[in-house]
Ligand binder design. Sequence first.
Ligand code: UD1
Length: 425
Amino acid sequence: MSEIIIEGSRRLTGELTVQGSKNSVLPILAATVTARGENVIHNCPYLSDVEAALEILRKLGCKVKREGHTVTVNSETVTSSEISESLMHEMRSSVMFLGAILGRTGKAVLSAPGGCEIGLRPIDIHISAAEQLGAELTEKCGKLSFRIPNGLRPANITLPFPSVGATENLLLLASVTQGTTVIHNAAREPEIKDLADFLNLCGARIANAGESTVYITGVKELHSAEYTVMTDRIAGCSYLLAAAVTGGSLRLNNLKPAHIGAVIPVLREMGCSIVTERNSVLLNAPERLKRVRIIRTMPYPGFPTDIQAPMTAALSVADGTSAVIENIFESRFKHTGELVRMGAVIHTEGRIAVIEGVRTLCGARVRARDLRGGFALITAALKAQGKSTVTGAEHIYRGYEEPEKVLASLGAEIKKVDKNGRKTN
Ligand code: UD1
């Protein structure tokens, strides 16, 4: 267990080069199982979810080496088709390995995935998609065993919801399924396109990734490649909000404004000035943020559910009352109870939160219960008067690389304390 301690009310200013994308690197690392040979992946952030993915690769028999932000995965030596229950529990994205392992070895043994506790997070869409390509599932004592009794066959698949993970799993499996598979109602997140770009470099034939209808013409096998993971748009937005809540200014040097296209108008509605260039975003925040009429989280290109929590924290000190509707996950307001302990006035009812902005928050000891909710508490603590301690910080390190160093570089008074009491920053 680790904690983050923040002395609030410091204005954040400066510039950042944002970390590599968690949601992109995880499926790309899974893809290296299918891409035979030595894959070199650049811009891999240091995150506990990434380390869990590397551990899964090792357990599958891959040779894995990390040198700074570059990870080399040699998948020539894959021997296993099974992910242990403990690794599955550590990270929900381990379900991402389903398509990759099945495609490479013809079978896969997994258990129900773990990850953030933000809702039921079933995997029915992943399972149904694999079955439509010819996989067969047997379930015993929580173990899910997939095999392909009669070979893979292409299919015309309509997803009941544009699930990011299920779309990625389908790209992975269909890439080695002879014939053309079509996915309708596919997720359109930029990370889908990033995965497809990597797979195409490995010899896959994927067209239209990032759109609703994706065409995948299977090849016999994929070879290895060298690739640089895209910038983390969610981390980028989180830091913009952290600066905005303190009335500060921040330039992100490596983020495509189009990737946060639904967030920029909201930041402007909150009174921030935003200047965009091809690959950078500059924010200047007013002394006090303004309220936003209503925000609805939606699949991309809509407002990202992953930004809902930090946004709720920022709106808790805005001038006026805002409403947020969470349409993607059913229990993603766990951070609001902790924000209320800091003096925020937030009423939640099911998927709706009504936030009455207050002038100041008070520093408090609060507990992170999920990744983005954890960053929301940091956001609030940066604005609050006095000292805050965010416990359960290990959730935050699943998705943010050294956030205490990043924020300290912008002027925050912040330190991390690990469980044996050692301080870093
Ligand atoms: C990915 C992201 C996560 C983000 C989410 C939505 C990664 C590693 N994680 O998660 O940060 O919050 O997209 O943008 O990329 N669902 C089902 N059945 C399924 C699959 C999903 O009912 O088989 C539901 C989920 O419970 C959820 C919704 O669909 O309510 C969206 O899930 P999905 O798009 O699959 O999210 P993830 O891929 O898990």
